[in-house]
Structures are given as structure tokens and as C-alpha cells.
Design a binder for this molecule. Structure first.
Ligand code: SAH
Length: 253
């Protein structure tokens, strides 16, 4: 199956150095977020989730998270009307919020648990980070483009999500917060960044689109079986053919 997660666009200008607009410091699990947006357009979310279940998404916790998180609060005004269509939408800077099926499929593939530490690479709108924040104990997310990082921070804070955010190249992961039980990468490098594999906890799951920027990429899941970097340390499954926006920066090549 070939799915378009983020339509291909040219990369935008490179950002400056990494800084750390952390929304909340690491600590205990955040309280359940509240905002009027959670009560809006619920029938549309319910219909979308029924459609995703019909497409094969089975994990009830993942479906509940998609039922709860108001996707319309993560997209620009110009496309709000389409927020509950199962398709990617533009979020500015040539980037897109992924198709809901892809978000659900990738999240199900890494099976986040309430005690897990989760890292996302490619914050974009903040939507996938919010889904992870619903399912994990703590969530970290890195965005390369400062304009999108600022908008994502506003989106997440307005809804009450406590996600640690950083602007910079996700190639290097988040060394100070490792190891992670779950890593979700939402832009496609040509090969899996070694630092992300290194930051995976024993039993940890990484889901990532991998492949050339002009061709179909493979959505891969890497599971850490044991410590170390050797071939025995990980198992790898290829899950789906996809098309994601390219991984920005030099590391993804
Ligand atoms: N997960 C996002 C959508 C992903 S689009 C959401 O839920 O809205 C892919 C995002 O990855 C874009 O915002 C892009 O700027 C970002 N990105 C690309 N390369 C990156 C890198 N090297 N490090 C961090 N973010 C990157």
C-alpha cells in the first residue's frame, strides 16, 4: 500500500543553532489537558476514527487519542474545514500535517504505554506530539524550522499539553533525555540516524520512513532487543510504502 503522508516539497531555509523552548521540565505525568477545542467537532472526529478502524487500526488507546485530540486546533485557518478528512494538509513552510491514518498507523506501530518516554522528530504542527502526550508518560519533540516550532508550541500550550520542545536538527536526538521507549520520526532520511538508534531503551521501538527523497520510502520499525550497536541489537520490520517530506539538514543524507 502506498500512502502519501506529507506531500513532497522543497526544503525551506536552514535554521540557526539549537535552542530549547521547553514547555515543561521532565517530571511527573502531566494532568489531562482541557480547552474548549476538545468539545468542538466531536462528531467529525468520531466519524474519522470509525473510518480509521475500518482501515485496520485496532489499538483502542490509539483510537481514543485520535477521538480526543482536536486536529482542527493544529491546522491553519485556511484548511480548518478539512481537518477531519483523512488527508495531509499544508501547515506552512512547505510542510504538512500527516494524514490521520498515517498518524494512527505509526502510533500503533510503536505501541506507546502510559509509563513510556517518547521522542518525536519533526514536530510540524504539534499534532502527533499531542497524540503521544495522550498515550505516554512524557513526550519530547524536535522541529528543524523555527517558524513551525513556534507555532507548534502555541498550539500545544493553548490546549494544555506539556511537551518538551526543541528547535534544531533531530538527527542528533535529545541526548540529555535518553533513553526513549518510543521514537517517532515524521520526515524521511536516506538512512536511519545512528544517534536515534543509540537513544532507544531496551525494548524500545522506533518508527521511521527511510529512503531517497525522490522515490517511495519504506516505513520501518526498529525494536531494540539488547544494548549495543551490533546487528543483533535490533530487529527491523518494513511496514508500509510511504511518501514523507525529506529529512532536513546534512545528517539525513
Ligand atoms: N509530525 C508533524 C508533521 C510532520 S511534517 C505533525 O504532526 O504535524 C515533517 C516535519 O519534520 C516538518 O515540520 C519538518 O520541518 C520537520 N523536519 C524535517 N527534517 C527535520 C530534522 N532534521 N529535524 C527535526 N525536524 C525535521
Amino acid at each position: 500500500m502506498l500512502l502519501s503522508a506529507c506531500p513532497r516539497r522543497e526544503p525551506s531555509p536552514t535554521p540557526g543553532t539549537t535552542h530549547e523552548p521547553t514547555v515543561a521540565p521532565p517530571g511527573r505525568a502531566p494532568p489531562a489537558p482541557t480547552s474548549a477545542a476538545f468539545g468542538e467537532r466531536r462528531a467529525e472526529r468520531e466519524a474519522l476514527v470509525r473510518d480509521l478502524a475500518g482501515q485496520g487500526v485496532k489499538d483502542e488507546r490509539v483510537l481514543a487519542a485520535l477521538r480526543r485530540v482536536p486536529r482542527h486546533a493544529f491546522v491553519p485557518v485556511s484548511v480548518k474545514g478539512m481537518a477531519y478528512a483523512d488527508q495531509p494538509l499544508p501547515i506552512g513552510m512547505g510542510q504538512t500535517i500527516s494524514q490521520p491514518f498515517i498518524v494512527a498507523f505509526m502510533t500503533e506501530a510503536v505501541a506507546p504505554r502510559p509509563t513510556d518516554k517518547c521522542l518525536e522528530i519533526g514536530t510540524g504542527s504539534g499534532y502527533q506530539a499531542a497524540i503521544l502526550a495522550e498515550l505516554c508518560q512524557r513526550t519530547w519533540s524536535i522541529e528543524y524550522l523555527p517558524e513551525l516550532a513556534d507555532q507548534a508550541k502555541k498550539n500545544l500550550v493553548a490546549l494544555g499539553y506539556q511537551v518538551a520542545l526543541r528547535t534544531g536538527d533531530g538527527y542528533v536526538g535529545w541526548p540529555e533525555a535518553q533513553p526513549f521507549d518510543v521514537i517517532v520520526v515524521t520526515a524521511a532520511p536516506e538512512k536511519v540516524p545512528q544517534p536515534l538508534l543509540d537513544q532507544l531503551a531496551p525494548g524500545g521501538r522506533l518508527v521511521i520512513p527511510v529512503g531517497p527523497r525522490t522515490e517511495v520510502q519504506g516505513l520501518e520499525r526498529w525494536t531494540r532487543k539488547q544494548p549495543g550497536q551490533g546487528a543483533d541489537a535490533f530487529s527491523r520490520d518494513r511496514l508500509l510504502d510511504v511518501r514523507f517530506v525529506p529529512f532536513l539538514g546534512d545528517g539525513g543524507r
